[in-house]
Design a protein around this ligand. Structure first.
Ligand code: URA
Ligand code: CA
Length: 383
């Protein structure tokens, strides 16, 4: 498909259903999209972080199927937090505080759902132009003026190789720019989970720790890369470098954490979690998974670790499944870390004692070798 055809298909899908009009919100509305990974806590960090620099974050979010719940499920682990705020209140909050999250409403891009079903039976699910137009149509229908994409690559991602991920990123950036929505992308590693926490309340805690300035190195690095593109595209910095310096300052000065508290309180939640994450729901049992040998962690397969979190009840297998917000996994080691036999590789947070199946899955997904190096997190930038 030519660039023209990709752009036309995207707009045909946008116009097949309702669209969201965010014109009542002042400023450039930049939306961030991730192609999906395991333990991806970036939205919870980025939303208050960029809002603290004046970037309007008008986030429409879903629950979704997966290893953990979606952004809304995660936020609902904060006591009282809700997203059924209504369109008017949503617009008022974003204009006044630069941040709000609302549940998905309206029938957006129905043609995308039909085309997806058709792709499923015609072996075209993996066609890059069709994936690119599918994703971009949903972002444009949801009202984005500019778009930042996190295209994941590796075992836990849809695109298994960095070359495929780059091709998808270039296709989406091409469509966005042709349609007058400035678009940039980061290609990031998803061979192992991002950060340490995988689970709903556990990821909220990880996001709070990151906003407090003590986040996992990889999560911080990715938030700075994606956040710089968001701040730059929103016109709040003259270059990506200047944007990154502003983000670091907002983190160090506690502005991002303050914005998180305001955001949580605005939507009925308990803002005290930001200073005391022990107020989040906690699982009844913590079970360690000790290394069986000395060595260096050589692999932590993101897809299998995500599946282990799902077995605990952290995610939904079907739309009707109930999720347990307290359960999940906390990695104590990442790829490249040395480990001694008996040291804990992972802490299981469970609401039942019998977790042998989860342990087996974890042992099968973690490889210990004589030597190994940490993989590079950022595999490419497309601007
Ligand atoms: N995600 C989408 O939204 N569409 C695709 O086609 C593939 C992944
Ligand atoms: Ca995480």
């Amino acid at each position: 498909m030519s660039e023209r055809e990709r752009a036309d298909l995207t707009m045909a899908m946008v116009h097949s259903g309702e669209t969201v009009d965010l014109s009542a919100i002042e400023g450039v509305k930049v939306d961030k999209h991730s192609t999906g990974g395991v333990g991806d806590t970036t939205t919870l960090v980025l939303a208050p972080l960029v809002a603290s620099l004046g970037v309007p974050v008008a986030k429409m979010s879903g629950r979704g199927l997966g290893h953990t719940g979606g952004t809304i499920d995660k936020l609902e682990s904060i006591s009282g937090f809700h997203t059924d705020i209504g369109k008017e209140e949503f617009v008022r909050l974003v204009n006044r505080h630069r941040i709000a999250v609302i549940g998905q409403t309206g029938n957006l891009t129905p043609a995308d759902k039909m085309l997806y079903a058709l792709r499923d039976v015609t072996a075209t699910v993996e066609s890059i132009p069709l994936i690119a137009s599918s994703i971009m149509s949903k972002k444009i229908a949801a009202g984005a003026d500019a778009i930042v994409l996190d295209v994941k690559t590796g075992a836990g991602a849809f695109m298994k190789t960095a070359a495929e991920a780059e091709a998808l990123a270039r296709a989406m950036v091409g469509i966005g720019n042709k349609l007058g929505r400035k678009t940039m992308a980061v290609i990031s590693d998803m061979s192992q989970p991002l950060g340490f926490a995988i689970g709903n309340a556990l990821e909220v805690r990880e996001a709070i720790e990151t906003l407090q300035g003590r986040g996992p190195k990889d999560l911080v690095e990715l938030c700075l890369a994606l956040g710089s593109q968001m701040v730059y595209l929103a016109g709040k910095a003259a270059s990506l470098e200047e944007a990154e310096a502003k983000l670091k300052e907002a983190l160090a000065a506690g502005k991002a954490l303050e914005k998180f508290k305001t955001f949580v309180a605005n939507q009925g939640g308990d803002p005290a979690v930001a200073d005391d994450p022990d107020r989040l729901p906690q699982a009844a049992y913590r079970i360690e998974v000790p290394a069986r040998e000395d060595g260096v962690v050589a692999a932590m397969a993101a897809d299998d670790i995500g599946h282990a979190a799902m077995l605990l009840g952290a995610g939904r297998a079907t739309k009707e499944s109930q999720i347990d917000l307290a359960v999940g996994l906390v990695l104590n080691k990442k790829v490249g870390d040395p480990v001694r036999a008996g040291e804990s590789l992972v802490t299981i947070h469970a609401n039942r004692e019998a977790v042998d199946e989860v342990k087996d899955k974890l042992y099968a997904s973690i490889r210990i070798a004589g030597q190994a190096e940490a993989p590079a997190l950022i595999r490419g930038i497309v601007t």
